[in-house]
Design a protein around this ligand. Structure first.
Ligand SMILES: Nc1ncnc2c1ncn2[C@@H]1O[C@H](COP(=O)(O)OP(=O)(O)OP(=O)(O)O)[C@@H](O)[C@H]1O
Ligand SMILES: [Mg+2]
Length: 246
């Protein structure tokens, strides 16, 4: 039985989609069967960052509304045979989708995949609520600044209401930022009341890999690629020492 993980943040642009592709591709490279579901309806981007935009013909709403079976809607990443994507629709559906249909879909997903990542849109609107209804666990992606940390609190409250255990990933860390900001990672954990799943350094290769449609792990083993790999190992229950930020 697989595990589904909702990736959320509150504020937009903190690195949810990068985290999803980064960690999912590491797990797939380790031989786990992994599905990413793009829940950012109308603003999809995982098809591009996974390099499968041309093959993303059906989407998650086609499956939720019974127009297409799951197996036909998923697209495989060409260079990582264990990694698949269930794309988001290119346009926003006119009405919110049924949470029960999402729960039913996730039951099927857990049977076929070891891990499923639900990449949320920014904010805590209907896309977030739908994604959360299919999740066993959550990762809240924040940046090391008080603004994104406060915005993440709204998502954390909702996850608590839904009784979904959550962990924190702090993204885009540099030594300089850690030195200059009053907030540090301990403060972020305290404010949000979440245990840490990992820290991810600022790394220009994250943006480069996404724009080339090629998961970072295929070209890099240091920086953010290493951080995603460490987090993937922690999701598998392995103990990995904290990463040093250079
Ligand atoms: N560790 C990192 N180092 C450098 N750039 C990063 C890092 N993580 C993410 N980025 C860049 O930040 C931008 C936003 O990242 P991403 O799209 O993953 O965020 P998001 O939370 O999914 O955004 P949205 O809320 O709009 O869905 C992208 O250009 C991405 O390449
Ligand atoms: Mg995103």
């Amino acid at each position: 039985m697989g595990t589904s993980i909702v990736v959320t943040s509150g504020k937009g642009g903190t690195g949810k989609s990068s985290f999803t592709v980064g960690v999912a591709s590491c797990l797939a490279a380790m031989g786990k069967e992994v599905l990413c579901i793009d829940m950012d309806f109308g603003l999809r981007n995982l098809d591009l960052s996974l390099g499968v935009a041309d093959a993303a013909l059906m989407d998650v709403t086609d499956v939720l509304q019974g127009r297409c079976p799951l197996e036909r809607a998923v697209v495989r990443q060409p260079r990582l045979e264990h990694l698949s994507l269930l794309p988001a629709p290119a346009t926003r559906p006119p009405a919110p989708l049924d949470r029960d249909a999402m729960k039913t879909l996730m039951k099927q997903v857990r049977q076929s995949y070891d891990f499923c990542f639900l990449d949320c849109p920014a904010g805590i609107g209907s896309g977030f609520t739908l994604a959360v209804s299919g999740a066993d666990q959550a990762v809240v992606v924040a940046n090391p600044d008080p603004i994104t940390i406060r915005a993440a609190q709204a998502a954390v409250y909702q996850l608590r209401d839904e009784k979904i255990p959550a962990r924190l990933a702090v993204n885009r860390i540099t030594r300089r930022i850690l030195r200059r900001l009053d907030t540090n990672i301990d403060d972020a954990m305290d404010t949000l009341g979440l245990p840490l799943i990992g820290i991810i350094p600022e790394d220009p290769y994250v943006t480069l890999a996404a724009s080339q449609g090629s998961p970072l792990i295929l070209s890099r083993s240091r920086g953010a690629a290493r951080a995603y790999y460490n987090i993937a190992k922690r999701l598998l229950g392995q103990r990995v020492p904290p990463m040093r930020i250079r």
